[in-house]
Design a protein around this ligand. Structure first.
Ligand code: HEC
Ligand code: HEC
Ligand code: HEC
Ligand code: HEC
Length: 200
């Protein structure tokens, strides 16, 4: 066997091995099923469904053919969403067949009261922080049962950026004291660029 044939043979064997590996390799694009974070304390979430004007969605959608086409809607719903700056659409979060439910990226149905499971699919870091109490807000006290506000309590799911708010006026000065000159918290230049100030 000359060296040319040997090289060819090695090459072919490599290809065969690579081919076999490619067939065995798992599909890396398949997202993992979320099963909670180990060690996270138990909690309940403040319900949301009662706050929704359009719920139950089936009142109308039961009799409608679902339409997966990405488009500008012509209804009383938000016609388009700011969220994701054009990279996501209604059906990234809402189930196509069963409108009363949201869905995860694995197409699992999610109740509107558990919306955080949908948010967590794309914002895993915040979701994890929220599980452990470093993002969001716990209702009532630091002790006893742990009840958390859902992501949708603070963020509008369709336009989630938190809007700037005008600061409250400073508290009154205690009797007998005078306000120190030069301190004007409520006139902070940062806020003035965001918020139209109310006359006081
Ligand atoms: C009062 C009737 C009504 C209710 C209640 C309603 N919808 Fe709709 N919805 C419509 C109509 C009409 C359209 C079609 C709009 C168009 O084609 O421009 C639509 C379209 C949609 C679409 C776009 C996809 C499709 O199949 O056309 C989504 C997503 C959607 N609705 C979600 C919801 C969700 C979620 C709820 C409940 C929280 C809900 N809707 C409740 C009337 C309703
Ligand atoms: C990022 C995920 C996401 C996307 C994308 C999204 N939604 Fe929603 N939508 C939600 C969640 C979560 C709620 C529940 C909000 C709450 O609890 O306040 C909701 C609520 C609604 C409601 C009920 C609002 C109410 O107050 O009754 C309608 C109707 C709706 N969505 C339609 C749509 C339509 C139409 C689109 C596309 C144009 C869309 N959604 C895109 C997550 C999403
Ligand atoms: C399918 C993926 C997806 C899901 C589900 C999703 N988001 Fe987002 N979200 C995005 C993308 C993409 C952006 C835009 C990031 C950017 O442009 O830098 C974004 C941006 C945001 C921002 C920053 C907004 C801003 O303008 O600064 C917040 C807050 C947010 N999402 C909250 C939520 C909440 C709350 C939920 C659940 C109701 C949710 N997201 C569900 C994909 C998703
Ligand atoms: C108690 C209210 C509250 C809850 C609950 C909450 N957030 Fe937030 N979130 C905020 C505030 C306030 C900010 C900071 C906004 C800013 O810096 O402009 C923020 C920031 C964010 C950002 C970053 C936005 C940016 O501009 O970079 C993301 C993403 C986000 N939250 C996702 C979530 C998700 C997902 C959940 C649920 C698992 C959640 N939040 C629950 C209040 C909340």
């Amino acid at each position: 066997m000359n060296s040319m044939t040997l090289q060819c043979l090695v090459c072919v064997m490599c290809l065969v091995v690579l081919q076999a590996q490619a067939e065995e390799a798992p599909d890396v694009r398949q997202p993992l099923r979320f099963e909670g974070y180990p060690g996270a304390p138990e909690f309940e979430v403040v319900p949301r469904k009662d706050e929704l004007f359009f719920y139950p969605c089936a009142q109308c959608h039961e009799t409608m053919e679902p339409n997966p086409e990405i488009r500008t809607l012509n209804t009383m719903h938000d016609a388009e969403i700011e969220h994701g700056r054009g990279r996501i659409w209604c059906l990234s979060c809402h189930n196509l067949e069963n409108r009363n439910y949201l869905n995860t990226l694995l197409n699992e149905l999610v109740d509107f009261d558990e919306a955080h499971l949908v948010c967590g699919g794309c914002h895993a870091n915040r979701h994890k922080d929220w599980y452990f109490g470093a993002h969001g807000k716990r209702v009532a006290s630091w002790q006893g049962d742990r009840t958390l506000y859902n992501c949708t309590h603070c963020h509008n799911a369709h336009s989630p950026a938190i809007q700037p708010r005008a600061p409250k006026p400073a508290p009154p000065v205690r009797a007998g004291l005078e306000r120190q000159p030069g301190i004007q918290h409520e006139k902070s230049a940062v806020w003035d660029t965001h918020v139209e100030r109310e006359e006081q």
